[in-house]
Design a protein around this ligand. Structure first.
Ligand SMILES: NC(=O)CC[C@H](N)C(=O)O
Length: 363
């Protein structure tokens, strides 16, 4: 069946429906990775968004059971130039189309994604409708483009606390704002015990778990819709080493007085160059964000550790006196390179120093 995407500015992009056949409404964003569609589909940070892939052939290595970033896809719609219906990969168990259908995710293929992305780049991120059976429209009067729900985190966070790994050298409490599997996996690989808690867990509950460190995960939506968690994050940072990733980075920054703002069209891709200001090295990073910590009014207690080489935006901060740091990109990769895995080791180092200090204080 034919269908289309209609943007807020009334531009129409036609294509063929794949996956679940229904109308869908969301924020239209684009991702520039050549691979990684399976991780993108299941990354909870895309909750409520319609994702356009700029790489023109998607689905060619199928869907496998090992590369999911959570137990289900969260995005509202998925748009490609060409969708491959005969994947070829030894791990593949399903086609993209079958996976989207089974999970009731709306898809549109055969779209001129180059024109669509140029439109988003020119106008900034817009909301849009995917409409099955529609290829042209005479009147837009009945089509509304309302604001999207704000508290997306509440929809994706774990409802209950659970152990992702019950033994390990350091105990990390992962505060789940919609975190990807590979954040937990990266910690487990380094030998951590990992307990995952819901986004709005109190400081006292986390303290009762006797953590060595706190991980603040990625997650969907505007960080300003989570301001109620900022006092807890601040208190956590005053007691434990904290490592924040993406939404976790934005929330850690907000907790210490920084401001965030919406970007024109965000960073979503697998090859964004980021400069580490401590070493002068440039890392190639995996990214997915539409908001950023603002350079203006950065409070004195925070210093910028990383910047984006393309547009100069803040990509990492650390607290000047507390053992707390965060990055806007994805050191856990998936999709994308593992250049920044070293940050997990820096976090381990902070947890080790805290233990040594506690031993000194105890004697
Ligand atoms: N991946 C993330 O954590 C994204 C953070 C936030 N939702 C943003 O779009 O900026």
């Amino acid at each position: 069946m034919k269908g289309c995407l209609i943007l807020e500015n009334k531009r129409i992009f036609t294509g063929d429906m794949i996956g679940h056949c229904d109308r869908g409404y969301g924020e239209v964003v684009f991702h520039t990775g050549m691979t990684g569609y399976q991780e993108i589909l299941t990354d909870p940070s895309y909750m409520g968004q319609i994702v356009v892939m700029t790489y023109p052939l998607i689905g060619n290595y199928g869907i496998n059971p090992d590369d999911f970033e959570s137990h289900r896809p969260w995005l509202t719609g998925f748009i490609t130039a060409e969708a491959c219906h005969s994947p070829n990969h030894y791990q593949s168990k399903q086609t993209l189309d079958a996976y989207l259908k089974a999970n009731r995710i709306i898809g549109l293929c055969g779209v001129d994604t180059r024109a669509l992305v140029r439109e988003i780049r020119a106008q900034g991120t817009m909301k849009g409708w995917i409409l099955p059976g529609v290829t042209e429209i005479e009147s837009f009067d009945s089509l509304e483009f309302p604001d999207l729900p704000t508290d997306q985190v509440a929809r994706v966070t774990t409802p209950n606390m659970y152990a992702a790994s019950s033994a390990g050298m350091y105990h990390v409490v992962v505060v789940d704002f919609g975190g990807k599997e590979n954040i937990k996996n990266s910690l487990v690989r380094l030998g951590c015990k990992v307990t995952v808690v819901p986004a709005r867990t109190s400081f006292e509950t986390i303290q009762s778990l006797q953590p060595d460190g706190i991980m603040l995960t990625n997650g969907p939506g505007d960080p300003m819709s989570c301001v109620d968690v900022l006092p807890t994050i601040r208190k956590l940072a005053e007691h434990y080493p904290v490592f924040g990733i993406c939404l976790g980075h934005q929330l850690l920054s907000l907790a210490f007085g920084a401001k965030t703002g919406k970007m024109r069209f965000g960073h979503r891709g697998s090859n964004h160059p980021v400069k580490d200001l401590t070493t002068g090295k440039v890392w190639i990073t995996s990214q997915n964000h539409g908001y950023a910590v603002l350079t203006e009014d950065l409070p004195d207690v925070l210093s910028v550790t990383h910047v984006n080489v393309n547009d100069g935006t803040i990509e990492g901060i650390r607290h000047k006196t507390l053992p707390a740091f965060s990055v806007q990109y994805h050191p856990e990769a998936c999709p994308g390179p593992k250049d920044s895995e070293y940050l997990f080791k820096s976090f381990m180092q902070l947890m080790s120093e805290r233990r040594e200090q506690s031993l000194v204080y105890a004697t």
